[in-house]
Design a protein around this ligand. Structure first.
Ligand code: 3PY
Ligand code: MG
Length: 249
């Protein structure tokens, strides 16, 4: 029903990439990423313009995942009505905030998602209630851990039913820790280990929103992280360079 949720539940590593309004996201979906990210917090995507690009991914294995700009029910509702298969929620700092995010993702009786008969790209269902039940159960819900407050509430956040991943906001977390963008220092590494341990303890995944420049993704894989985004540009350029070199050799 939702391949990315199934992958996370079965302990697989998932890798996505950020789409942008100037690129046909179906090209990225066809390249084999587990998800394409629509970031409405820190990129040019507008939450109300996501339906056409998400529709363009219809029938593909790659999941559309939306980062909302804030932990607000109406933002989450826009993302889900557009057809997101996963939602990333920034700055989730407490159990109550995690619970509010999960409630906003789910229809009654599991939550308070508003319903106006708009539904995203989740395939065919016999009845509307079947769609509601499927999304309630199958949506991937990803709160971001990027503050000292969240670091102090890891168990409380990770134990909220419905939370699938603890996703680190690498730069905000480094700023909060007083080591801005110093991803290699001990303070930062200790925080990463604490988050990975909390996720493992509660049987969910830990993730890095991006891999800091110059760091090896495998370093994070070895620490137990399972959810990443990688920039597709350098990989595409490398592939094109190689193909050109083959022709021109
Ligand atoms: C962070 O680094 O804090 C993020 O949220 C990534 O965009
Ligand atoms: Mg952030």
């Amino acid at each position: 029903m939702n391949a990315i949720k199934d992958a996370i539940k079965s302990g697989k590593t998932v890798v996505g990439t950020a789409g942008s309004p100037s690129v046909d996201v179906s090209l990225l979906a066809d390249a084999g990423f587990d998800f394409v990210l629509f970031d409405t917090q820190h990129s040019a995507w507008e939450i109300k313009q996501l339906q056409p690009p998400i529709q363009a991914m219809r029938g593909k294995q790659t999941a559309p995942v939306v980062r909302v700009a804030a932990n607000e029910a109406h933002q989450i509702c826009f993302a889900l009505d557009a057809g997101a298969r996963g939602v990333i929620i920034p700055m989730v700092n407490t159990r109550a905030e995690a619970e509010a995010a999960v409630r906003a993702c789910r229809y009654y009786p599991d939550g308070n998602r508003s319903n106006a008969g708009v539904r995203g790209e989740w395939g065919e269902f016999k009845t509307y209630r079947d769609y509601m039940d499927a999304v309630n159960k199958e949506l991937l819900i990803v709160p971001m851990i990027e503050t000292n407050q969240a670091l102090g509430n890891l168990d409380a956040i990770a134990s909220v039913p419905g939370v699938d991943v603890l996703l680190i906001g690498p730069s905000d977390l480094s700023i909060e820790l007083g080591v801005p963008l110093d991803y290699a220092c001990d303070t930062y590494q200790r925080a990463l280990d604490k988050i990975a341990a909390a996720a493992a303890k509660h049987g969910i995944a830990a993730g890095m929103y991006f891999i800091p420049l110059g760091m090896d993704p495998n370093f994070f894989v070895q620490k137990g992280f399972k959810f990443f985004t990688m920039p597709w540009g350098p990989w595409a350029q490398a592939g094109i360079r190689n193909a050109l070199a083959e022709i021109k050799r």
